[in-house]
Design a protein around this ligand. Structure first.
Ligand code: SAM
Length: 388
């Protein structure tokens, strides 16, 4: 049994390590960045941009910003990589020809040190500043984003952009907000409910990027990447091995236009009459038993004329317009419910014991509905209210 557990844990570690080596595609970066440029064409002008957790020799982030360096008016581009020896994923590392053909190449350092690529001026003298003008060297350390060396670069930067290692998302997020810089990073929609992230979303200090996450995102993956048995999406794009990851989104504190577009909604009466959802049409909006709030199971069913609190799915965040709604908190946070929420009424002990008997996973803090004494928990709800 213990062996089985250890084996499973090793498998999970190996899987997580591989998931850290997912490389972002050029067109996904371009599409997302265009939304910020549409909103403010000078967003990068005179700015120092740091791309940490990158692999500058083949990263599309480095390529994209180096190619657009002049166009965007960037002051300085810095891109850093993590030493192959320090990576959890141990796929046969081969230095690139770019590195081995450079007099600076060092057989030991290429494995044990991170690298830094910098772009500031026209090194080649061909009259343009672009990818050919990148200058590189080995870092003193391994390029860990949490090392002093990279923290110094973070503090020098105005904007930080990357797809951080999936397994370290929480740490990376804490690292980035601590610096109080503008940022744009890739993560998973489920991270919204993390204790570390949710307060920033609620306070409108962090929001989702412009690319709608519903379609999932394809990432380039290592050659030895093994697909899950259930995987039924494309495995190759533009001649490269790819894997589709559902629920991937961008988190940012840089403004873009999409988030200021209010959701087009129907009134409660119209929803009950015309909704495309059978759960709404001809039914009613039900109130939770433990919160004075109605349950809205679909974002497009939010009634435009309801003034009270509404529990909506977390995917609402993708459509969240701060001028239209205020986020009160997330359902399921016991500390908040008990200490701060003035519309939370937990059941008494007898009823709580009965509900627990009906459903072992039932908790007083999770919004739940009661039908003829039968309890049904509604997970992952964000509590919102219309702004009038
Ligand atoms: C999801 S990949 C993304 C790479 C690149 N930014 C891109 O999108 O194409 C994350 C990268 O971070 C590296 N990494 C893992 N742990 C790290 C750490 N502690 N510090 C810096 N980089 C790390 C991984 O090895 C991997 O190369």
């Amino acid at each position: 049994m213990a062996d089985k557990k250890a084996k499973n844990s090793n498998l999970t570690k190996a899987k997580n390590a591989k998931n850290d080596e997912f490389y972002t595609q050029y067109h996904d970066i371009e599409k997302e960045i265009n939304a910020y440029l549409d909103y403010d064409a000078n967003i990068f002008r005179g700015k120092t941009i740091l791309l940490p957790c990158d692999d500058p020799e083949w990263s599309n982030f480095t390529k994209y910003f180096a190619q657009n360096f002049e166009n965007f008016g960037i002051k300085k581009l810095i891109s850093t990589s993590y030493a192959p020896d320090s990576k959890k994923y141990k796929g046969g590392y081969q230095p690139t020809l770019f590195e081995t053909s450079d007099p600076k190449f060092d057989e030991k350092k290429t494995i044990t040190k991170g690298k830094i690529f910098t772009l500031t001026h026209d090194k080649t003298g061909d009259g343009i500043i672009d990818i050919d003008d990148l200058e590189w060297s080995y870092l003193k350390g391994d390029g860990d984003f949490n090392s002093k060396e990279i923290i110094k670069l973070r503090d020098e930067a105005d904007i930080i952009i990357t797809n951080p290692p999936f397994s370290l998302f929480r740490d990376f997020f804490a690292w980035i907000v601590e610096a109080e810089k503008k940022f744009l990073i890739i993560g998973n929609i489920n991270a919204i409910t993390y204790r570390e992230l949710f307060p920033f979303i609620q306070q409108n200090k962090v929001w989702l990027g412009a690319t709608n996450f519903n379609t999932g995102m394809y990432f380039r993956v290592p050659k030895d990447f093994k697909y899950a048995k259930s995987y039924k999406f494309e495995k190759e794009q533009n001649g490269e091995k790819v894997n589709r990851v559902p629920g991937v989104c961008w988190f940012t504190n840089i403004d873009h236009g999409r988030r200021h577009q209010p959701l087009p909604l129907m009134t409660m009466n119209d929803n009950l009459r015309y909704s495309k959802h059978k759960e709404i049409k001809g039914k009613e909006y039900r109130k939770y038993d433990n919160y004075d709030a109605i349950d809205v199971p679909f974002t497009d069913s939010i009634p435009s004329d309801y003034d009270g609190v509404m529990g909506v799915p977390i995917t609402f965040i993708d459509k969240y317009c701060p001028e239209q709604f205020e986020i009160i908190w997330r359902g399921g946070d016991i500390e908040w419910a008990e200490n701060e929420c003035d519309f939370f009424t937990p059941p008494n002990i007898e009823r709580a014991t009965e509900y627990k008997k009906q459903d072992k996973t039932w908790r007083i803090q999770n919004p739940y509905l009661l039908t003829n004494g039968k309890v049904k928990t509604v997970y992952q709800r964000i509590l919102i209210k219309a702004k009038r």
